[in-house]
Design a protein around this ligand. Structure first.
Ligand SMILES: C[S@@+](CC[C@H](N)C(=O)[O-])C[C@H]1O[C@@H](n2cnc3c(N)ncnc32)[C@H](O)[C@@H]1O
Length: 292
């Protein structure tokens, strides 16, 4: 079978399996030397670019996508997130496009609030770093900052370290639960900003997401306890001990949680300037605040 016969057959198979055809293109572009123009123009010289071995490999992976519902990012082992090339494995959540915005919100905060404190030269923490996406992007954006990244999964931290090395960024990685590693580093009262995309899906819902997520992404990265807010409560309650006065706090959350998190921050009494930020789909996706 030549490449185009294979492609056309699997283009149809994607539709039958309710998988978007963009994923077929995505995998082809990731794993071969073809470019978008080759696909769009149905370039006839493709046989020189796709060896029979490449086609066999592509086919084996794509069949796993269709039958086992494995996300293409795990099949290729990589993803582009902002301007970063990141390795991913089933040990880490696949970083989502909407999470990219957290970096822009932090960058806006820093550029609008640098009068009295030089936020970009201070200590920051990314709690629940996963692939390291947020921590690496922050380090790239604020090269003078010292970024600490924490995760409870050792396997995730190994991937995050590889990603930091591959992107030439120095990050202080720590294994442990939320603030516990920061306590060991004596960082109480010293942190300029805490950024987190914690697990926030209620336990019962984790079991009923798309099979790509429920069956393949780590539940430690998804499961936020009975009401989804277990980790967020810990982040609200403990962060003030670690942040400087006027420190920046931001978390990602799911649709329907923003107002609850605003109330938690208000009730805590240590926060001011509480703001809700929308994502590209206009879902209230992040809540930020500053410590008193
Ligand atoms: C939603 S994922 C976010 C991953 C990454 N920051 C991102 O945005 O793509 C949540 C992360 O929190 C980590 N996590 C879960 N419980 C934790 C805990 N008690 N302490 C630290 N990290 C935890 C998970 O292992 C996972 O990597």
């Amino acid at each position: 079978m030549n490449f185009w016969e294979w492609y056309d057959r699997n283009f149809l198979a994607a539709k039958q399996h309710d998988v978007t055809i963009y994923e077929l293109d995505w995998l082809v572009l990731r794993l071969t030397s073809l470019d978008k123009l080759d696909l769009r123009l149905r370039s006839p010289n493709i046989s020189q670019k796709i060896t029979p071995e490449t086609l066999t490999n592509l086919d084996q992976l794509w069949q796993k996508r269709l039958s086992d519902r494995i996300p293409v990012q795990y099949l290729s082992g990589s993803v582009t997130w902002r301007d970063l090339e990141l390795q991913v494995s089933p040990a880490v959540l696949i970083p989502r496009p909407e999470t990219e915005l957290i970096i822009d919100i932090v960058a806006d905060f820093v550029s609008n609030n640098g009068q009295d404190k030089i936020y970009e030269n201070g200590i920051w923490a990314d709690l629940g770093t996963g692939s390291g996406a947020i921590a690496i992007a922050l380090t790239k954006h604020f090269p003078q900052a010292q970024i600490h990244a924490v995760d409870f999964s050792k396997a995730a931290l190994e991937i995050a370290q590889i990603n930091a090395d591959n992107n030439d960024q120095k990050i202080y990685f720590h294994h442990g639960s939320w603030f516990e590693p920061l306590a060991k580093q004596n960082l109480q009262g010293k942190i300029m900003g805490i950024v987190s995309n914690p697990p926030y899906i209620p336990s019962i819902e984790v079991l009923n997401l798309q099979p790509e997520v429920t069956n393949h992404e780590p539940h430690l990265a998804l499961d936020g306890g009975d009401d989804g807010l277990e980790a967020i409560r810990e982040l609200v309650n403990t962060a003030p001990k670690y942040l400087i006065s006027d420190g920046f706090w931001i978390v990602e959350l799911m649709a329907g949680q923003a107002e609850i998190v605003r109330s938690l921050l208000q009730a805590n009494g240590n926060y001011t300037n509480i703001q809700i930020h929308q994502d590209y789909a206009e879902i209230a996706r992040f809540v930020s605040a500053q410590t008193n």
